[in-house]
Write a protein that binds this ligand. Structure first.
Ligand code: ZN
Length: 98
């Protein structure tokens, strides 16, 4: 069972600190073609899609976020959610040294 409170706290945090807003979906057949699915796991991570897919308007598969026992913090979940929305680490930016 996923800690729903932790996910809600993380969503609240991101909505307060960014211009993002999230809508909870109770089933797979959502009207929205971009969504994050949280899965219980024994590790923390995200299922990466091939480059470009995450930001494609034609994305139909969910981005899966794996919630393991070592990622029980809004900071870690929020970090993974931002990756799931297509954000990369600042140090990986192509213009980092320019
Ligand atoms: Zn990261």
């Amino acid at each position: 069972m996923i800690d729903q409170t932790l996910i809600k706290e993380t969503v609240d945090y991101l909505e307060k600190k960014t211009c993002l807003s999230f809508i909870e979906s109770k089933n797979e057949y959502t009207l929205y073609n971009k969504y994050l699915r949280f899965k219980r796991s024994n590790f923390c991570g995200i299922k990466y899609e091939p480059a470009g897919t995450l930001t494609s308007p034609y994305l139909t598969k969910p981005v899966e976020i794996y919630v393991g026992p070592n990622c029980r913090s809004y900071f870690i979940i929020g970090h993974l959610m931002m990756h799931g929305l297509g954000f990369h680490h600042e140090m990986n930016r192509k213009d980092r040294d320019s």
